[in-house]
Write a protein that binds this ligand. Structure first.
Ligand code: F1P
Length: 334
């Protein structure tokens, strides 16, 4: 299947992304704020870039779905740097949002996987990382490459040389994960009878939860839920009573949220919910170990790749073709 071949191609696109990032220098002009925009997976990449900037707390920044930015928050584009991402480079809402931002005198950096696309034509500068991923299969290596570039832009804006080194450690980590690809199949076998998933995460773990939930929806065509982890206790916990066989999936990269997430796991266990925890922290038991030693801010790619592999296995085990999810169009142009 193309989806698994695409996931296996992640190390290669990370190389191109690193090369492109090394060649990119932040504009010299100062900006009032930084705004990341995109649709679908590219919006989640935008959240990943914004998370790195927010944790650095040196500059005001936001991430919006391109549509929400265009419809409600366009005034924020005044004297801003807008980083617009799109795998295809031609999603209608992203293109419209760029035009709107330009009218407010924003500087636009486009990020795309497609050469000579519309986004390149209308942005002030464009970072192109050709991924070779066909646009009507679920975004996997393209998600990782765009996320990598946006995190890199954030790190460069923060002038964090140490974090650039850490970004370079992502590729060997992904290679390690791909070398043990088969180990994720039994996890998918354990999950395949579950029909409702609740994806939970905090910080970069929340970005992975959002993207993981989208992959599960695209490949399985089933509804699922996704919450910032601790929000689950503020109402959604009632799902445990109403939905039989509900499976919580918790994305828990080691960092500021670890202790709080451990308490959440204990809480869920006391309610007979058995969360499947993905973590690189030693304090969780019975979990899926992610071989990432870097920071929480840059954990998105090492944590998302195993989830992509599991989404693929889940589709195959359910007798579905992951390459042609029903209803998934190549590009939403209008
Ligand atoms: C945005 C997007 C994809 C999604 C699907 C529909 O596309 O929402 O993230 O996987 O293909 O379009 P793009 O602007 O990143 O090309």
């Amino acid at each position: 299947f193309k989806m698994i071949r695409s996931i296996r191609g992640t190390p290669e696109v990370l190389d191109s992304a690193l090369k492109a990032l090394k060649e990119w220098n932040p504009p010299e002009k100062g900006f009032r704020r930084i705004i990341f925009i995109g649709c679908g997976s590219s919006y989640f990449s935008s959240l990943a870039g914004n998370h790195v900037l927010l944790k650095g707390s040196r500059v005001e920044s936001h991430a919006f779905p391109a549509s929400e930015f265009m419809l409600h928050y366009r005034e924020l584009a005044k004297d801003a740097l807008v980083v617009a991402s799109s795998r295809s480079g031609k999603t209608g809402e992203v293109i419209e949002a760029i035009k709107v931002a330009k009218k407010k005198s924003a500087t636009i950096i486009g990020v795309t996987c497609n050469e000579n696309s519309k986004i390149e034509e209308i942005s002030d500068e464009t970072i192109v990382i050709p991924s070779g991923e066909e646009p009507n299969i679920p975004a996997t290596k393209s998600f990782s490459s765009i996320t990598f570039v946006l995190q890199g832009i954030a790190v460069k804006l923060l002038e964090r040389e140490d974090k650039l080194k850490e970004l370079e450690a992502i590729k060997p980590t992904v290679k390690k994960i791909l070398a043990q690809e088969d180990e994720y199949r039994p996890i998918a076998e354990r999950l395949v009878s579950k029909r409702v998933f609740v994806h939970l995460g905090s910080g970069s773990g929340y970005v992975v939860a959002l993207e993981g939930a989208l992959k599960f929806r695209e490949t399985l065509g089933l509804p699922n839920e996704v919450f910032p982890a601790l929000e689950f206790r503020h109402g959604p916990v009632a799902l445990l009573r109403g939905v039989k066989g509900l499976q919580p999936i918790l994305i828990a990269p080691k960092g500021d949220s670890t202790d709080a997430l451990k308490r959440l796991v204990n809480d869920l266990a006391s309610r007979n919910a058995d969360p499947l925890v993905f973590t690189n922290s030693g304090i969780f038991e019975n979990c899926v170990r992610i071989p990432w030693d870097g920071s929480e801010e840059l954990a998105v790619i090492p944590f998302v790749v195993p989830i992509q592999i599991i989404a693929y296995y889940l589709a195959v085990l359910s007798g579905l073709n992951p390459d042609f999810p029903e209803g998934l169009v190549k590009v939403v142009e209008r």
